[in-house]
Design a protein around this ligand. Structure first.
Ligand code: FES
Length: 164
């Protein structure tokens, strides 16, 4: 399931905890699997469960609790828009709908060219800056007006084109 290099990365994470608490490395191992495979497949969950000596269902519980873990392949750019209450009060839902409409997808959908996945997410901890979103689980963007959303999509699409 995993390459030697991946297993070595898992081992580095496991080594950060006492041997009897190696399950504490589950989130790090899931992130590594996702970085390498683009998503967390049921096979990856089972493999991580084996490495960490925990039930596969316990790994699944972690994967499904945090939406930074992809339960299916996503587009090259994953755009998560916060739709929790404070953001809702400042057009979070509108930002999500604008993105979906611009890209022609439903919430959770991926564009036909495989470039963009749009989905709602939980609070990103920057409520005062709403609408707030996260690109590829790493880059947080604030005050995402429709104009800024359009600019972002155009910039990312151009970026992808240059890299193609
Ligand atoms: S509610 Fe959206 S960042 Fe907190």
């Amino acid at each position: 399931m995993f390459s030697e290099a991946t297993l070595a990365r898992f081992a580095r994470e496991v080594a950060k905890y006492p041997p009897e608490q190696k399950q504490s490395a589950v989130m790090a191992c899931l992130s590594i699997a996702q970085q390498e495979q683009g998503w967390v497949s049921p096979e990856a969950e089972a493999g991580i469960a084996e490495v960490l000596g925990m039930p596969a269902i316990a790994v699944r519980e972690v994967t499904t609790f945090y939406n930074m873990y992809n339960q299916r392949q996503t587009g090259k750019f994953k755009l998560n828009v916060c739709t929790n209450l404070p953001c809702q009060l400042r057009n979070g839902q509108g930002a999500l709908e604008h993105l979906c409409s611009k890209l022609g997808v439903q919430d959770g959908g991926t564009t036909a060219d495989g470039l963009f996945t749009v989905q709602q997410c939980e609070c990103l901890g920057a409520c005062a800056d709403a609408p707030v979103m996260l690109v590829n689980d790493r880059q947080m963007l604030s005050y995402m007006s429709n104009d800024r959303l359009d600019e972002l999509v155009d910039t990312l699409a151009a970026h992808a084109k240059q890299g193609a």
